[in-house]
Design a protein. Structure first.
Length: 286
């Protein structure tokens, strides 16, 4: 996870690691060479399986990604939403029917690249497109209305208050558990609020204040933030509350929390928003 830090999509790292171990331990180190075998690997779905099967082994399986949806929906001026079950089945069948089975890998890469460079979402190069004379959406003037999508991306906003507990001998970090974002990454102790908070007294009042941390043992040094990170379905707005720890003995921590020497903090894998905090403040140097 430390090597993957900052790249996002952390479930992909976990799935990639699990698939690699499966190939090593269950398949004798031999990567599967059939579509079914590839599809059985953890984290591999129809798109990835078709891509690997066609690119690596030239097997006749059509790749359907966002670029392919866009190219096909425009070329045929197809009005069925691409994000419905029926629409997905239609595009998968259409892509498979159009596939050049003798050159599956080249065809798949070509149509994906065509969508990424010519038939683009907002600035399609219709004036130099080799398919322009047969593009039904261009004829009907619906290029930028295709593909149709019913579901609008909804992004919720979450407010994180990180408690940066500072002591000459240690910092406190928490391993994120459960099925939330950034699973198995590390963070400072977190108090999440329903809205943005700029007053330290409001943070202290929160019902999810960590029970193991006695507020009498800390004093506020400063607040840094807010910093914002945009995820696919969430917007994270974070404040970093730097707190001096005053007690002689460190607190007794739950199992997923650790005392860490200040200079060792950057050895842990943190989400990008905390990486920004380190970069801005060089906390690990003092």
């Amino acid at each position: 996870m430390k090597m993957w830090e900052g790249l996002g999509y952390y479930s992909r790292a976990r799935n990639l690691h699990a698939a690699a171990k499966y190939v090593d331990q269950e398949l004798g180190g031999v990567f599967p060479s059939t579509h079914e075998g590839i599809l059985a690997l953890k984290g591999v779905g129809p798109y990835t399986a078709a891509a690997i099967a066609s690119f690596a082994y030239n097997l006749p399986y059509a790749v359907v990604d966002g670029n392919v949806y866009r190219v096909l929906s425009r070329y045929f001026d197809y009005e069925e939403p691409s994000d419905t079950t029926e629409g997905k089945k239609y595009f998968a069948a259409l892509a498979q029917r159009l596939l050049d089975e003798q050159q599956a890998g080249r065809y798949n890469q070509a149509i994906m690249d065509f969508g990424a460079t010519v038939c683009t979402p907002k600035a399609a190069k219709c004036n130099c497109c080799p398919l322009a004379t047969k593009c039904e959406a261009l004829v009907s003037g619906t290029v930028y209305e295709r593909p149709i999508k019913l579901k609008k991306l909804k992004r919720r906003t979450r407010y994180f208050n990180y408690l940066v507990i500072r002591h000459p001998d240690f910092r406190i970090v928490e391993k994120r558990m459960g099925k939330d974002i950034w699973q198995n990454l590390y963070q400072f102790p977190l108090v999440e609020t329903s809205e943005g908070v700029e007053d330290w007294a409001e943070v202290l009042k929160q019902t999810n204040w960590p029970e193991w941390l006695n507020s009498d043992h800390i004093t506020l040094n400063r607040r840094l933030g807010p910093r914002k990170q945009e995820l696919t379905h969430q917007r994270i707005i974070a404040n970093f509350w730097e707190l001096d720890y005053l007690a002689n003995e460190p607190p007794i921590l739950p199992s997923n929390f650790s005392l860490v020497k200040p200079e060792n903090c950057r050895n842990f894998a943190f989400p990008k928003i905390i990486g920004w905090y380190f970069d801005d403040n060089l906390l690990y140097l003092f």
